[in-house]
Design a protein around this ligand. Structure first.
Ligand SMILES: NC(=O)c1ccc[n+]([C@@H]2O[C@H](COP(=O)([O-])OP(=O)(O)OC[C@H]3O[C@@H](n4cnc5c(N)ncnc54)[C@H](OP(=O)(O)O)[C@@H]3O)[C@@H](O)[C@H]2O)c1
Length: 274
């Protein structure tokens, strides 16, 4: 599987984005740079960072030094919660641009739906988009109530909504809403940071398909048309998480995995910000 053969989605503004990407939360300095270089060598063409991850300079330098043309790599970053609001977001965007130093940002996301700041932050993203300073804008952690609220003040639709989404947190209403509105759903903490790998139902699917727990879960995302951004700083696991395009899950097994849902969360519930 090389970089060109992996599945891409076309976002609602016509931009193409790979369905699989590398998340780079909780990796720093040399480790972050090496992980991104390894991922790009493996074939990943989507990298998901955030101002809050404190590694934009390393991510940027890995991309610059990878030898891969800038337009082939899709880079996401996010405005951090303390930087939300109109003017602060505009400044935060400039800071991320400087730190990444890769010419442009493909996707700029509202990191969390911060109470009292959501509208002004989105207006700043709309300005950045209208002024062609960023290729795409989107949101993260926008569960359905936040998406309905966004419709009351947005002139431009988000292209992506990035939420925690796993077999054990199968957020069906957000998946359906986003499909209906042509917003690409993207799953974070997709492999539950390994916390559910010993689920016996998952283990039996691993045996059936001769795939690892991470590969079954990531493939389940792809089968649902969900973009997914597993994090790994380990070269073997970066490769393992990319090896999901040589098999498919049956409809019956997809339905079985959908049934794992139990509301299990790794991260904070965004509704706490309502
Ligand atoms: N928008 C948001 O609010 C938000 C919140 C959380 C995360 N995110 C994004 O989503 C990305 C992924 O989420 P995450 O980092 O929380 O969790 P994750 O991707 O579910 O899990 C990452 C953890 O699993 C390990 N791992 C990776 N591949 C593995 C494999 N094949 N087998 C066993 N263990 C494996 C990693 O360790 P090694 O590195 O040692 O492999 C790491 O400890 C983040 O990096 C970030 O980009 C966004």
């Amino acid at each position: 599987m090389n970089a060109v053969q992996q599945p891409y989605t076309t976002l609602n503004n016509g931009t193409k984005m790979p369905l699989l990407g590398l998340g780079v939360y909780d990796m720093y300095e040399a480790e972050a740079k090496a992980a991104v270089i390894k991922a790009l060598e493996t074939g990943y063409r989507l990298i998901d960072t955030a101002a809050a991850y404190n590694n934009e300079p390393e991510i940027g330098s890995a991309i610059r030094e990878s030898g891969i043309a800038r337009h082939e790599v899709f880079v996401t970053t996010k405005v951090a919660n303390p930087d939300q609001g109109y003017d602060n977001t505009m400044r935060a965007f400039d800071t991320s641009m400087k730190k990444l130093n890769i010419g442009y940002i493909d996707l700029y996301l509202v990191h969390w739906p911060v109470k009292g700041k959501r509208k002004e932050t989105w207006k700043a993203l709309e300005t950045l988009y209208k002024e062609k300073r960023v290729k795409c804008i989107g949101v993260a952690n926008y569960l359905v109530p936040f998406l309905y609220e966004l419709e009351t003040y947005a002139n431009i639709q988000p292209v992506v909504n990035q939420i925690e989404f796993t077999p054990w947190l199968f957020v069906k209403d957000a998946l359906d809403f986003c499909k209906d509105k042509n917003i690409q759903l993207q799953s974070y903490s997709p492999i539950t940071r390994g916390k559910k790998f010993d689920d016996e139902r998952l283990q039996s699917l691993c045996k059936k398909y001769n795939k690892t727990p991470a590969q079954i879960i990531l493939r389940w995302n792809i089968e649902h048309g969900v973009s997914t951004i597993p994090k790994s700083a380990n070269p073997a696991r970066i490769q393992e998480n990319f090896n999901i395009f040589d098999f498919t899950l049956t409809k019956e097994d997809i339905a079985v995995i959908d049934g794992f849902n139990e509301g299990f969360r790794i991260c904070e519930n965004p509704m706490d910000m309502w």
